[in-house]
Design a protein around this ligand. Structure first.
Ligand code: HEM
Length: 222
């Protein structure tokens, strides 16, 4: 059987830099637009929309890593997941900062009122708050400190971030639901693939446990 292609650590590092460059392109476009004055009649709105969209897109790309790794048989993809997760967080920070700064001028009392008053802001803020511990525990030291299982459990919160992100978008658009529903469908597909993966793994474990049971061993021996 032929050996599957595995990128070298150097190639993976190059892929990381390529991802960072690709995910930063829209930021370059926004900065150029702000400097040249080509962001339209409402530049703040243009920046909020763009940063919100890229947060959701990067989240979907990050969540696609595990199913793609399994379906394509590309285990090395896992080595890019942390970079993708951190890029999602970076876009979320830019998005939140646009709102805190240019929409509310860092008026924290007003921000707290708005979070309590408008459900779409509540959902967006909750999604952002959930992203913070995920980004903070993305280092190897944090994984060691928490232990693999606890780290894994904490990082399941990324699914809540996706649900809240889509709810935030649905609440915002109210009428023309086409775009948020496309994101909802993509996330639903990614969740379904993930659940299929868990079921397959559980079945494999049950099979392994059965074949390793003392009775099965004795049967094999005779
Ligand atoms: C502190 C947290 C957040 C705040 C305050 C916030 C606020 C906003 C605001 C004010 C808008 C524009 C509303 C308008 O056009 O009137 C918006 C749009 C949006 N936000 Fe957020 N948001 C937050 C977090 C998030 C997160 C975490 C995500 C993704 C997971 C997200 C995804 C989006 C999307 C997709 C849009 C719409 C983009 C479009 O119109 O194409 N937001 N957000």
């Amino acid at each position: 059987m032929s050996e599957r292609w595995q990128p070298s650590p150097r190639a993976v590092q190059r892929m990381r830099w390529a991802l960072i460059a690709l995910a930063s392109l829209p930021l370059g476009r926004l900065v150029a637009g702000a400097v040249l004055g080509t962001l339209g009649a409402n530049p703040i709105e243009a920046v909020t929309h763009s940063t919100g969209t890229w947060t959701l897109v990067m989240l979907a790309v990050t969540l696609a890593v595990t199913p793609l790794r399994r379906l394509g048989g590309w285990p090395w993809l896992l080595r890019l997941r942390r970079t993708l997760g951190l890029l999602t967080f970076a876009w979320a920070c830019l998005h939140a900062l646009t709102y805190f700064w240019f929409d509310r001028f860092f008026d924290w009392a007003d921000i707290v009122r708005d979070i309590g008053k408008r459900p779409f802001i509540t959902a967006g803020f909750a999604a952002f708050v959930l992203l913070v511990p995920l980004a903070a525990t993305s280092t190897n030291a944090a994984i060691r400190w928490l232990g693999g299982r606890r780290w894994q459990r904490l990082h399941y919160a990324v699914y809540a971030v996706a649900v809240l992100g889509v709810a935030h978008f649905v609440w915002l658009v109210k009428k023309d639901l086409r775009e948020p529903l496309i994101y909802a469908a993509v996330f639903a597909l990614l969740f379904a693939l993930r659940i299929a993966g868990w079921l397959q793994e559980a079945r494999r474990r049950a099979r392994d446990a059965k074949s390793a049971s003392p009775l099965a061993m004795r049967r094999k021996a005779f």
